[in-house]
Design a protein around this ligand. Structure first.
Ligand code: ADP
Length: 543
């Protein structure tokens, strides 16, 4: 039977039109390279975005062409988010923290036709320019300096364009709008393409009250890079709801973020755990009477903070809550748009103790609507949701990728019935809370029993002398594998292995689960998206 409802495709263009009509007075703030703030209204944003789309069409952009961006988080990057798809193109965000070789390879693999690049990132662009020839390189004069004559000037293109006469490229809802590459923490980078439909559905679901809870009065600080899983999709939600955005630009050091929070206090922020760990350390250190920063900062009271991309230690959640900031943890992947689960206070937890609420907040959370989630054991059977049985998380839903760009579908990435194999190992409890214990590649099997590296890390990071901890497996003749804990101590603190062992025993770990040894290191290596990079630790400590 023909549908009884109107046949209207889901479209990002609708969100852009809506923002132009309804939210013209709301503000978008960007921090420039010189740290000054630049303000735009959504009205200007709307006109500039349509101007960009019109300019791209004039440059000859055809439907489905990839336009790469190599940009920090700022208003022009947001213009690309909507302007490129409006013209019929696919925005491909390049990760500026990758090596030039990797960026060049990825741009080639995606067959990117045009590039929009921040002027301050031209030195990086020049390092991979030989590897992939873009037909047009459009430079955004982020610093205000003149654009070198061999490139197109983003602002000049917008000025010469005709936003009023612009017409959206015809499309249907399954056409691609954006493309991200997996960051390749555990393997070669692969391209994932999102459609109008998947993006709209993801935006609606993630914005629900128990999750992001986006409100028109929100002020959102996206620290998560716009080149990392589309800043978790927040730019789309922000335009949908017309919320004020505060973009940090290239200034992501804790001191810079704290300064920005004083100027433009956010009600909602998002970033990976490592960012918030260093921020809270800088903040707490500034409370000491002899700190040069004493009295400089006040954390925004009542701010919600979305943290994900890696396990969020309970100690971090407690530390922020002491300052009136609640952390909402989410789990997902580039392949899943990315939000799949979010940890939020369910009705059943209304009477729960504070300890229980913290324990839940430190879990990956409950599957969001439209995402089906199962945990498959080694025997190929679904595990019970009993909070104990572990297996690989597999997911299925309308904003989860079914393929990778130009890569044949691999049997180890999808199940025969078409679910995505995430490579994450977890249990789920009766309330549907997912608890990630490891990535398949990080598992530690000792004497036939699994030891969760995430549990050990979280407990070690709860020790007052510890700033960071990452646990890896090392080979062992007798037990096959044993945990090795790499620990970064807080400045000025000392602690010996015995003290850490005693701390773990007091936290309920059995003797056989204790690390075989501790390595005290200066810093845990980070991936291009700011996560702990265990592969590097495994290379450094092979045994
Ligand atoms: P990469 O796979 O290269 O790290 P992604 O950004 O797509 O790139 O990362 C997705 C992975 O990050 C997940 O498969 C999972 O291992 C990890 N992850 C994301 N969120 C969480 C979380 N809340 N807890 C634990 N791990 C997480």
């Amino acid at each position: 039977m023909k549908s009884t409802m109107m046949d209207v495709p889901l479209s990002l263009n609708h969100l852009l039109e809506r923002a132009g009509k309804l939210f013209a007075g709301n503000e978008i703030v960007s921090r420039l390279p010189d740290k000054t703030l630049r303000r735009h209204s959504f009205g200007e944003y709307y006109r500039r975005t349509r101007a960009l789309a019109s300019a791209l069409q004039r440059l000859g952009l055809k439907k489905g062409d990839r336009v790469a961006t190599l940009c920090w988080n700022h208003h022009a990057h947001l213009e690309c988010y909507f302007g490129i798809p409006a013209a019929g193109g696919v925005m491909h965000t390049l990760n500026l923290r990758l090596s030039p070789d990797d960026i060049g390879w990825i741009a080639g693999n995606a067959q990117d036709r045009f590039l929009v690049v921040d002027d301050v990132l031209l030195p990086l662009y020049r390092q991979f320019a030989q590897m992939h020839r873009f037909e047009k390189v459009i430079v955004f004069p982020f610093s205000g300096a003149a654009v070198p004559p061999e490139f197109a000037d983003y602002e000049a293109l917008l000025e010469a364009a005709d936003p009023d006469g612009f017409e959206y490229a015809a499309h249907d809802e399954d056409d691609p709008v954006a493309m991200c590459y997996t960051s390749g923490t555990t393997g070669r980078a692969k391209g994932v393409a999102y459609s109008h439909r998947s993006t709209i559905l993801h935006t609606l679901v993630a914005s629900l009250g128990d999750f992001w809870g986006l409100r028109g009065t929100d002020v959102v600080l996206p620290v998560t890079p716009m080149f990392h899983a589309n800043s978790w999709g927040m730019p789309y939600g922000a335009v949908m709801m017309g919320v004020k955005l505060v973009f940090p630009g290239p200034h992501l050091h804790p001191e810079d973020l704290l300064d920005l929070m004083q100027l433009e206090p956010p009600t909602l922020s998002l970033g990976v755990p490592t960012i918030w760990m260093s921020l809270i350390q800088a903040y707490d250190a500034a409370q000491a009477a002899d700190s040069p920063h004493h009295g400089r900062w006040k954390l925004p009271q009542g701010m919600r903070s979305l943290v994900g991309g890696a396990a969020v230690p309970e100690a971090l959640i407690r530390a922020f809550d002491r300052h009136g900031i609640w952390i909402l943890q989410g789990w997902g992947m580039t392949e899943t748009s990315p939000v799949c689960t979010i940890s939020y206070p369910r009705a059943e937890l209304r009477a729960a103790t504070a300890d229980e609420r913290y324990r839940r907040a430190a879990m990956a959370g409950v599957p969001v609507p439209l995402v089906d989630l199962r945990v498959r054991g080694d025997d190929g059977r679904d595990q019970a949701w009993d909070g104990k049985s572990v297996g690989e998380i597999q997911v299925c839903g309308p904003f989860i990728t079914a393929s990778y760009h130009e890569v044949p579908v691999e049997a180890d990435k999808f199940t025969p019935d078409g679910w995505l194999r995430t490579g994450d190992v977890a249990s789920v409890d009766a309330l549907g809370f997912v608890k990630i214990t490891d990535r398949t590649k990080d598992l530690i099997k000792s004497g036939g029993e699994w030891i969760s590296s995430v549990d050990l890390e979280n407990a070690i990071m709860a020790h007052p002398a510890v700033a960071e901890a990452a646990v890896i497996a090392i080979p062992d003749e007798k037990w096959s594998e044993r945990p090795l804990a790499c620990v970064v101590l807080r400045p000025g603190r000392t602690e010996a292995a015995d003290g850490l062992d005693a701390h773990l025993l007091a936290h309920g770990f059995a003797k056989w689960q204790l690390p075989e040894r501790y390595e005290f290191i200066d810093a845990v290596p980070r991936t291009s998206t700011g996560k702990f990079w265990k592969m590097k630790l495994r290379e450094r400590f092979p045994r």
